[in-house]
Design a protein around this ligand. Sequence first.
Ligand SMILES: N[C@@H](CCC(=O)N[C@@H](CS)C(=O)NCC(=O)O)C(=O)O
Length: 213
Amino acid sequence: MRLLGTTRSPYVRKVRVFAAETGLIDRMELELHSVHMAGFSPSVTALNPLGRVPTLVTDDGQVFRDSLVIGVYLATEAGRHDLWPADRDALLRVMNTHAVATGLIDILILRLVELGKPKDRIWPELIDATASKIDAVLDHFEAGIGELEAEGRTLGTLSVAVVLDYLDFRFHDIDWRARRERLAQWHRTVSDWPALRSQPFMDASPALAGKIR
Ligand SMILES: N[C@@H](CCC(=O)N[C@@H](CS)C(=O)NCC(=O)O)C(=O)O
């Protein structure tokens, strides 16, 4: 399998973590492609009209174009119904957890992109709105920590761990642990999960360090 991506994208890291968790990482080759909203990579666009990573090409030529779609493919391929349950209610819980975690990634990327603009083009109201939403999502996780614990290891909770790691990776100015001791403790515990440990964020290209790619 070929995974088109980067080592600094949170969406790609979700997939790398899912692949490690399912044991399919050894069958996957990470092909580095730097992409950006304001540009595109012809080799990514040839496979994914959105021009986005992660994009996965399976050994039998199927192409999957979103981190959740790839995650479901990997979990079902590996027969891991604990990660992506067959039971309807359990599945809806995992999907909800996943949606909030990945929605937070979307908000963080939006914030990075906005902050990357020349100062006179930054929209301050948007920066403020992202700050409120980041707080609200983190408070939501803190309040629902019992549910995260009960859910165990799923595509949802792995995504929560990835977005918390992403805050540590890119947002040193956001002290997300303050006032959220239970979430911080949960994060410390899950950070020991082998799939998360084995697939860290990396900024491989010093020239691009800190850029949103
Ligand atoms: N919903 C997609 C989002 C993927 C995404 O936005 N990836 C970013 C990299 S961090 C990207 O490719 N951005 C380039 C673009 O949007 O043109 C997923 O979960 O895989």
